[in-house]
Design a protein around this ligand. Structure first.
Ligand code: AMP
Ligand code: TRP
Length: 327
């Protein structure tokens, strides 16, 4: 049976880009395959951060994931630092990862250009990610498009380790990304990908009024200046993409016709989107409010997830240490 692993950083709120690009897929896949979903706090400390905030955000991320539909009865949902084998395997993988592979990672180049001083952890970030995945010998990794290059590196690591320590029968599978139809959600600026660091997001927990305050000024088809101008849905990156993600097919068809025919202005179109988007978020927000009132229950679910993950992690490390002459 295939195994699924994915991770998310607790570095900000869960936004609808994360939700559509990754988490919604996790919720679907947990019914099909043995699944592990990890809140990767060791990854989050590779850039400047505040300890108290990290602690708070880790729990908030757990609440958002559970509220989105991850089911602790089906999937192991846990915090990375509760399973110390992640860092142990990451160190080992550092010894078989060519430096050049790390230096050419786009995310490293992007993030390091924004730091005054670049720490080694930022460069080695994808090695820890490879360890996350391979610790569970997972073959399928549901992520957004921005993670495809990191997964390529995970396959290089698996291949290098297998070649050296398990040449006859590969011990680690080569993990493959599993993308959603909405692999890259565009932000409210209509240009860059939706990302917490760019401030162009709608949070999964934004109340309807806040969602509207964000949708109303969101960038639409730049060529459509007046309501009476016919629009081109494909050029309206954000709003049209969100309609396709949240509105029923009949409404999407109506949007296309009424935009092209200048029957709807952008505000009307956004009002219709607001209705369907907030309808999908409402039950998630209700569940999140219930969980937020029960922090001990959330902690207990995470402890149980870590316990289950650790059983698999220990097994892998026993084999790895044995093959490498470390035990
Ligand atoms: P992060 O918040 O960077 O830890 O990302 C968590 C997951 O959400 C990863 O699988 C990302 O690929 C995915 N993701 C983040 N932003 C977007 C976006 N704008 N569109 C689609 N997927 C995204
Ligand atoms: N790098 C991923 C991101 O920024 C988070 C992550 C860490 C991850 N470890 C992982 C994703 C393992 C998938 C599998 O989104």
């Amino acid at each position: 049976m295939a195994r699924i692993f994915s991770g998310i950083q607790p570095s900000g709120e869960l936004h609808i880009g994360n939700y559509l690009g990754a988490v919604k897929n996790w919720v679907a896949l947990q019914h099909e395959q043995e699944s592990f979903f990890c809140i990767v706090n060791y990854h989050a400390i590779t850039v400047p951060y505040t300890p108290e905030e990290l602690r708070r955000r880790t729990r908030e991320m757990a609440i958002s994931l559970l509220a989105s539909g991850l089911d602790p009865a089906r999937a192991a949902i846990f915090v990375q630092s509760d399973v110390p084998e992640h860092t142990e395997l990451a160190w080992i993988f550092n010894t078989i990862t060519p430096l050049g592979e790390l230096e050419r990672q786009v995310q490293f180049k992007d993030k390091s250009s924004k730091q005054e001083q670049v720490m080694a952890g930022l460069l080695n970030y994808p090695v820890l990610q490879a360890a996350d995945i391979l610790l569970y010998r997972a073959d399928i990794v549901p992520v957004g498009e921005d993670q495809v290059q990191h997964l390529e590196l995970s396959r290089v690591v698996a291949r290098n380790w297998n070649a050296r320590f398990s040449p006859d029968a590969p011990y680690f599978p080569e993990p493959q990304p599993r993308l959603t139809p909405t692999r890259r959600i565009v932000g409210l600026d209509g240009q860059a990908k939706m990302s917490k660091s760019l401030g162009n997001t709608i949070s999964l927990l934004d109340p309807p009024t806040v969602v509207w305050d964000k949708l109303r000024p969101a960038v639409t088809d730049p060529a459509r200046l007046r309501k009476t101008d016919p629009g081109e849905p494909e050029r309206c990156k954000t709003i049209y993409q969100l309609h396709r993600a949240f509105s029923p097919a009949a409404v999407v068809a109506e949007v296309e016709t009424k935009c092209r025919g200048a029957q709807w202005g952008c505000i009307e179109c956004k009002q219709v989107l607001h209705e369907h988007l907030t309808a999908e978020l409402a039950p998630i927000q209700e569940r999140a409010a219930v969980l937020a009132a029960e922090p001990e229950r959330v902690d207990a679910l995470l402890a149980d997830g870590a316990h289950r993950a650790r059983a698999v992690a220990r097994e892998t490390m026993t084999t790895v240490r044995d093959r490498m002459g470390l035990a």
